[in-house]
Design a protein around this ligand. Structure first.
Ligand code: 1CP
Length: 355
């Protein structure tokens, strides 16, 4: 990694080193709230045609960097690329979110799943990573990512988004061995996929566990956390990926932070239901913390956005190890000007409270 990337605010904060101001990036920073994103998606024809075209994926990845001057970039892709590459037939129906033509329900279906080769079926992702790394300003780190095995499995088993997770919960409680077989395959596929993104040029990786909070504490440990730990341990055991920081994010996982920090990860993403100061007392001497403005604040006016951003920064308090972010992705209806306000508020805070 070159010196300007190594010394970037984001990388320093992830290592819990002092920074002149808190770095900021936003989950779903490239997406439907940006008119320039909608224009490219229209040109591409669909979300998947956009995500599988490295040039276009690169262009949309850079849009929020160019518009807002954010401190980190996230690969434009999706957590469902792995099951798509496994042959489940991912498609999007307008207004309905992701769907799979062939959901996974039986032992035979799990046994038949292949672990995709990131250099083959997922080549479009690593090609996008290399191209984005080449096009990004040289001091802006690129974050690679995947979904947690549990979260990806919810889509594969349910066949799409779900409200009650009834089909996968039936699998958890009727056929736990089958559930584990699927999760282990996904964990191994995720390790290979993240390692390939790191090799192609990502400076950090993040695991998104959006649906871990659908589980009880004991089920979370058994069906989600253990597989995120597997991913972290495998990356930390391999000399080619060992030095790349890993961030874990379980939405709604605020009461599990100690266990998440125990996986050996480098940073934790927090949703807006957690208090950053309390989270820091619990795990902040072990991991960096990323978050956690309520994305709904972006529906407020400039003054509200500024005040709420400063509240989040104050709740973390003085000292290193904070990366400013939202507690979850930006909502599609947000006015991009409020994101400009958010970035300005994070920048101005350093002048108010010297770290
Ligand atoms: O209509 C469109 O243009 C598609 C909307 C969209 C976008 C912009 C989808 C479909 N995926 C993405 C990109 C994406 N997805 C990124 C990269 C861009 C960035 O962050 O700037 C990332 C990191 C994701 C991750 C993702 N996809 C998650 C985990 C994080 C989270 O937001 O909770 C999940 C759960 C998905 C599944 C998915 N893909 C797309 C949608 C609309 C969804 C969510 C569906 C649901 O709520 O169940």
């Amino acid at each position: 990694m070159n010196k300007s990337l190594h010394d970037s605010l984001f990388m320093k904060a992830l290592r819990r080193e002092p920074v002149p101001r808190t770095p900021v990036w936003l989950m779903r920073q490239a997406g439907r709230y940006l008119p320039e994103y909608l224009a490219i998606r229209k040109k591409a024809g669909s979300f998947m045609q956009l995500a599988t075209n490295p040039e276009l994926a690169c262009e949309v990845t850079l849009q929020p960097i160019n518009r807002f001057g954010l401190d980190a970039s996230i690969l434009f892709s999706d957590i469902l690329t792995i099951p798509d590459a496994m042959g489940l037939g991912l498609y999007f129906e307008t207004g309905e979110g992701p769907k799979f033509e062939r959901p996974i329900r039986s032992q035979k279906e799990v046994d038949d799943l292949i672990i995709p080769d990131p250099g083959d079926e997922l080549r479009y992702v690593t090609d996008a990573v290399s191209l984005i790394r080449k096009e990004l300003p040289e001091n802006v780190p690129l974050i690679g990512f995947c979904g947690s095995p549990w979260t990806v499995a919810t889509y594969m088993v349910e066949g799409g988004s779900s409200r009650n997770f009834s089909i996968i919960k039936a699998m958890v409680f009727q056929q736990p061995q089958l559930m584990h077989a699927l999760l282990l395959k996904l964990a191994n596929a995720s390790v290979a996929y993240l390692a390939a993104q790191i090799e192609a040029g990502a400076q950090a990786v993040m695991v998104f566990d959006t649906w871990g909070s659908s589980l009880s504490t004991s089920s979370y440990k058994e069906f989600s956390l253990v597989y995120m730990r597997h991913i972290v341990a495998a990356l930390k055991a391999d000399p080619t990926t060992r030095d790349t920081p890993v961030l874990l994010f379980t939405k709604g996982g605020g009461h599990w932070l100690e266990m998440m920090a125990d996986t050996g990860c480098d940073g934790l993403g927090l949703d807006w239901t957690c208090d950053l100061g309390q989270a820091r007392e619990r795990v902040g001497n072990r991991v960096a913390l990323q978050g956690n403005l309520d994305p709904g604040v972006l529906y407020g006016d400039t003054g509200t956005v500024t005040r709420e951003c400063h509240r989040v920064l104050k709740s973390f308090g003085n000292g290193p190890g904070h990366i400013f972010n939202l507690g979850h992705g930006i909502h599609p209806g947000v006015d991009p000007e409020r994101v400009t306000d958010l970035v300005a508020a994070v920048h101005s805070f350093a002048a108010i409270e010297t770290k």
